[in-house]
Design a binder for this molecule. Structure first.
Ligand code: PRT
Ligand code: ZN
Length: 285
């Protein structure tokens, strides 16, 4: 039977999270010592452990059917693959940075300047569109030291907390694009593999929805229920159950993580009490 071949990063920032995602999707993998490849025990899946730089190429040529990697690598490699689903981890941005004592005005600052980066294609395209002429110094790594050693006037690199820039006497002057881990797929996978991919995607989406939502339960006097219902959207509408105490109910609902505190503030104003908040493991619509 066909197996879905997935490429994930062998060792790096996305490795553990990629394995965790598969585990949250109920896929069990035995891989004590991280060989080149392994098989899932309970899903028709083969897992290939690769350098993230190589994943777009392997997915394009069908050695792997799907892969997990940073969008930044997908854009830079410009391979012919489908971006299927953003995964919500590995978040970072690609930014331009210059020595902290330089005076920065606007993007024209970079006209005629040398910029070191591991992402020359993304950078070239960006400045091409802006009509600004820069000299790109391509580096495999340690981009943040390029200005200090006189190789470049500025850098274009991945930033997460900004502490690497700070430590190297640099300041971020333009955040160009945001990136996160993404699932990519070969453009010509067969029907059986497409079905397996659909099953995997169904599970990934249930997990993502779960971590993006909270389950809340509260008690409230019956007269407050209409107001509470208007605050709580829920999946359909909130569940309202009578309490043993006359005139009171228990209200259950699901709230998006990013609206959570606003909703809680609004609920307190309409006499909701004993509000309980719980994590949701999976959410199937
Ligand atoms: O060996 P392999 O080629 O597989 O790994 P790699 O060394 O190329 O990649 P790795 O493991 O460093 O990163 C994998 C992916 O994680 C990247 O392609 C991004 O999509 C994502 N990611 C998220 C990051 C960061 N955050 C990040 N902070 N990748 C790199 N960094 C580095 C950045 O290059 C800089 O040196 O961390 C430093 C900046 O971090 P802050 O927090 O100091 O700003
Ligand atoms: Zn890499």
């Amino acid at each position: 039977m066909d197996k879905l071949k997935i490429a994930i990063q062998k060792s790096g920032r996305l490795s553990e999270k990629s394995l965790q995602l598969l585990s949250e999707c109920g896929i069990k993998i035995s891989n004590g010592n991280r060989k080149l490849k392994t098989e899932a025990k309970n899903f028709p899946m083969e897992i290939l452990f690769l350098r993230d730089d190589d994943i777009p190429q392997y997915v394009e040529n069908g050695v792997a059917d799907i892969g997990i990697l940073g969008e930044n690598e997908v854009w830079e490699k410009e391979k012919d693959v489908d971006e299927i689903e953003k995964l919500g981890f590995g978040n970072c941005r690609l930014s331009l940075a210059i020595p902290k004592d330089e005076v920065y005005t606007d993007l024209d600052y970079f006209n005629g300047k040398r910029i070191a980066t591991s992402y020359p294609k993304i950078l070239k395209k960006y400045f091409g569109v802006k009509g600004i002429d820069v000299k790109i110094e391509e580096l495999g790594g340690s981009v943040e030291i390029a200005t200090g050693i006189g190789l470049a006037d500025g850098i274009f690199d991945i930033v997460s907390t900004g502490s690497t820039l700070l430590m190297n006497g640099l300041k971020e002057v333009e955040a160009i694009i945001k990136s996160e881990a993404v699932l990519i797929a070969n453009k010509n996978i067969n029907e059986t593999k497409q079905q397996l991919l659909d099953r995997l995607l169904f599970r990934i989406r249930a997990y993502k929805r779960g971590i993006g939502s909270k389950y809340i339960v509260m008690n409230a006097p019956n007269k407050s229920i209409p107001k509470i219902c208007s605050i709580l959207p829920g999946m359909k509408s909130p569940s309202v159950l009578p309490l043993a105490e006359e005139g009171w109910s228990s209200v259950h609902s699901v709230v998006q993580e990013d609206q959570f505190w606003d909703v809680i503030d609004a609920l307190k104003d309409v006499e909701a009490q004993g509000i309980l908040v719980m994590n949701i493991e999976k959410m199937i619509l």
